[in-house]
Design a protein around this ligand. Structure first.
Ligand code: NAD
Length: 371
């Protein structure tokens, strides 16, 4: 088993042919397996920071999506990306002039990878420019803004997707498949633990205007979203409690640690922890009347590992962002339906839950949800 895992670990996302993704892609692809240049999803990345850089690197192995443009406020970064990724001058924009992208026929979509609090306005500007929008998670900082983004994209006739990379991760999809097949029996419990110790106290993640909140917006969202795809239902109530040990670092509106509980219509409950004060916290556990699944790590950049009562989950280790962008090309260009949605409505549900978690922390009350 170990040697198979080692072997799989060495295969790159570009070269693997894990059957379910390949089958799904070709079923929706009326042309050949390797799309021709003009059928690639041509993407401009907005925000050339740490995650934008990771996505750009990963996109070099994409077969259906291509990085063709940038939007940045830092000319030196633009120059470096231009030479590294062969990006023409005409596909380079800054935050003042990127509305002009509407006159650029060589860009299909803009991937917004800026601080959370900026996604709302930027995605709406992208939509108004007639380009498909991909937003990083969290899609924005509350449900009302999420709805406005959905409405703007609908009105403009463009698609809105969110960078939920785990929705394409093979170990995750295998567990979802087993749960759907009833292999765990009636699922009644999920535990999601999401956290890391955050450094630099001056960074935007600890600035409410730019982050929209604290650990919950950044890392707790993985447990919120994971509870839904692992259990396979949307929650109907929330309770939550906040703990703050460092009020100097974690100011008003920036949550350090939140425990939250979600109730699901089928009777399952989820018990989750989101924190900026613990490392190695990246675990999912799903339990049913006939079996269990656990994942550790469950949502980091991988390799993801999972076990069930039947043994180790054997699935390919992929570069998440490579697979995500190839799958998003199929979703945007060829109307493919992903196994777990990655659209604006999916993100709206998470933001409604997060709004309710904050309300429950403030009031100490159980908050009902209608998703
Ligand atoms: P970062 O700080 O490394 O990069 C942010 C980029 O936005 C920088 O290039 C910065 O110059 C630019 N920016 C534009 N306007 C800005 C402003 N007013 N203030 C500050 N920066 C501004 O952050 P990051 O880690 O790349 O995160 C960006 C987004 O990506 C966030 O929404 C985050 O949640 C998301 N993210 C997602 C994943 C994932 O696994 N899906 C991982 C990391 C980050």
């Amino acid at each position: 088993m170990n040697s198979r895992r080692d072997f799989l670990g060495k295969i790159t996302a570009a070269s693997i042919a894990f059957p379910f993704l390949k089958k799904a892609a070709s079923a929706n692809n009326p042309f050949n397996e390797k799309p021709s240049e003009d059928r690639l999803l041509r993407v401009a990345i907005m925000g050339l920071g740490s995650y934008g850089t990771r996505v750009a690197e990963a996109m070099q192995s994409c077969t259906k999506a291509k990085l063709v443009g940038v939007i940045s406020g830092t000319p030196s970064k633009v120059k470096a990306w231009q030479s590294k990724y062969n990006i023409p001058e005409k596909n380079c924009y800054n935050y003042s002039n990127f509305d002009e992208i509407k006159n650029n026929p060589d860009i299909d979509a803009v991937y917004v990878i800026t601080p959370n609090g900026l996604h709302h306005d930027e995605v709406i500007r992208v939509a108004k420019a007639g380009k498909h929008a991909i937003s990083e998670k969290p899609m924005t900082v509350n449900a009302q803004q999420a709805q406005e983004m959905i409405d703007a994209c609908k009105k403009a006739g463009v698609k809105l997707l969110v960078g939920y990379r785990m929705h394409f991760e093979p170990h995750t999809l295998e567990i979802i498949k087993m749960r759907k097949a009833g292999e765990f029996g009636k699922v009644l419990f999920f535990q999601g633990l999401s956290g890391f110790i955050i450094g630099d106290p001056t960074q935007w993640r600890l600035n409410k205007k730019l982050s929209g909140g604290g650990s919950m917006m950044d890392i707790g969202i993985y447990s919120v979203n994971g509870s839904r795809y692992m259990i396979g239902e949307d929650p109907i109530w929330v309770t939550a409690q906040e703990t703050k040990n460092n009020p100097v670092k974690f100011k008003e509106g920036i949550d350090e640690t939140i425990q939250f509980q979600l109730g699901f219509p089928g009777g399952a409950v989820a018990s989750c922890l989101s924190t900026y004060s613990l490392n190695y916290l990246d675990r999912f556990f799903l339990d049913g009347t006939e079996g269990f699944a656990q994942m550790y790590p469950s949502t980091n950049y991988g390799p993801i590992r999972g076990q069930t009562n039947k043994g180790e989950i054997i699935a390919p280790d992929v570069t998440h962002q490579t697979v995500q962008m190839d799958e998003m090309a199929d979703i945007i260009l060829r109307g493919k339906k992903p196994e777990v949605p990655v659209d604006g409505e999916e993100a709206l549900k998470d933001l409604k839950i997060i709004d309710a978690i904050y309300e429950a922390c403030r009031t100490g009350k159980k908050v009902k949800l209608e998703l």
